[in-house]
Design a protein around this ligand. Sequence first.
Ligand code: SF4
Length: 329
Amino acid sequence: MNYDNLEMRGKNGVKCMVCNHYCELSEQQTGICGVRKNENGKIKSTVYGKVAAVSVGSIERNQFYHVLPSGFAYLAAPDGCNLTCPFCGTYESRKETGGHEKVDMMPKDIVRDAIEYGCNAIAYGYSEPTVYIEFVLDVAYEAKRNGLKNLLSTNGFMSDIVIDSMTGLIDAVNLDIKCFSESKYREILNADLDVVRGNLEHLIKNGIWVEITTPIVSDFNDSINELSATAKSIAEIDKNIPWHLKRFFPAHKYKSSYPSSYSIIHEAYLAGKEAGLNYIYSTCNEEAKNTVCPACASKLIVRCNQQVVKNNLTEGRCPKCKQEIPGLW
Ligand code: SF4
């Protein structure tokens, strides 16, 4: 595929159009993500085909609860990220750490392995997949040709060009809203909440199925006011967007912190309900493990440890009251 639209000539170098940092790179300079470099006047992805993490797991494990229940996804991720979250659970995947040992895998290898393992989808995540978008799109193209779905988890700081390039290839996106404070986004995460929210709406407008994850991080975003504001902002866009509440465990610069409490996760769940969200999920809350019909409260998808135990959905509807349940079934 041709990716010329991912760069532009700038005043002092070549401008990368992949994410909202829009780094302008002089010859041999590398961008903030550490994995895109100006080489001979062209921006090159330095991690194309250099896979640092591979796993096979349930689609639910990739935080997609409204996509092919009981399905499996194959994840193959190079290193790289464009944000600076101090609580990052996969910090080793950042380029400045030296990253993991790499295995050379081309798009065809990944799709072949996914099929051999009986997977229904390719998952892009672990690191930030939009910073190596050429690799993602080449794998996604091959996956689609072979009847697999493409599921991408992201921090949501990509450019509009990347969203439009993903459209038609990426079936579903899980987007992180990591807090609800402009200043924390700017000063701590090196990103922009407005951009992330704008991208959420852009993805939905382009017909991509979207679920949202909020990591509840001790001493960062675990105030009920902030979590409640996050829930309301999602509900304003669409009450049917699934909201995943993820428990935090001490990591990276927050190593001496403590895991998020079950009580704050439950409070966030209640705040989501009060905001009118129909689908709120958490592995740490009994009420939030299953998919329940918002019209008649029937249990539709029963889960245990992010695996589907029973799926009562019938052609995407509640079998009892026939309420349509949104998702990719
Ligand atoms: S993808 Fe990397 S190089 Fe490109 S703008 Fe973002 S941080 Fe900069």
